[in-house]
Design a protein around this ligand. Structure first.
Ligand SMILES: [Zn+2]
Length: 218
């Protein structure tokens, strides 16, 4: 667009001078209004876009935004936008901000990786325990590694099997769920079918154990 530098020379069909003055006045009075911005929420970190930089996945946020909303991306992260923003920060401040972001991202990544590894390595042990001749209980250990709340799970089993179910400490001092009755097979099936809050436990990570009543116990 070639700007018209000869401001004093009106185009042939120009309006009379009074109008010209009026229009000039309006332009100075009401500067080009900034378009209202709809609040967009980042699909990556779920915050409004302005807050992405405070999250731990800022790089991913930016990638997403660039693909989804290139216009908005430019508004926030184009060279000019960044220059304008950085201009308000000292060099030290910039370096700190970058370092901080990198640190946060590394931390979040390490955490996600550790969680994934933990899940992969975790087993859920379902043990059928014989209490006496005709009485069995079933203990379920290891659900917490899959982010399952044990109290909720105990309640879930109690409802499902209409029997007693509670969170207790096992002899090793670890929390586990003990359900009254032999429901080990049912629980294995429920995990295979990914029922309710058992969803997410890989069936391959389930180990079934049998604990026989020891001789001499009564
Ligand atoms: Zn974000």
């Amino acid at each position: 667009m070639a700007p018209n530098k000869k401001r004093n020379q009106p185009p042939p069909s120009s309006p009379p001078p009074t109008d010209a003055a009026a229009s000039e006045e309006t332009t100075t009075e009401t500067p080009q209004p900034i378009q209202p911005i709809d609040v967009f929420y980042c699909k990556v970190c779920t915050f409004p876009l302005e807050y992405c930089e405070f999250g731990s996945r800022f790089s991913k946020c930016k990638e997403w935004l660039k693909d989804e909303q290139p216009e908005i991306f430019n508004r926030y992260y184009s060279e000019e936008a960044l220059q304008a923003k950085i201009g308000t920060l000292s060099l030290e401040g910039q370096a700190l901000l970058e370092k901080d972001t990198a640190k946060k991202e590394a931390k979040a990544e390490a955490k996600a990786l550790a969680e994934a590894k933990k899940k992969e390595a975790s087993t859920v042990t379902i043990k059928r325990i014989q209490r006496n001749k005709n009485k069995y209980v079933t203990s379920i250990h290891g659900l917490e590694a899959f982010g399952i709340d044990l109290k909720k799970a105990a309640k879930f089993f109690a409802t499902k099997f209409a029997c007693g179910s509670s969170v207790t400490k096992n002899p090793q001092g670890l929390d586990e769920i003990v359900v009254q009755g032999d429901v080990s097979g049912d629980i294995v099936e429920m995990i295979e079918d990914q029922v309710g809050l058992l969803k997410g436990i890989p069936p391959d990570n389930v180990v079934q154990v049998e604990e026989k009543k020891k001789k001499g116990d009564s």
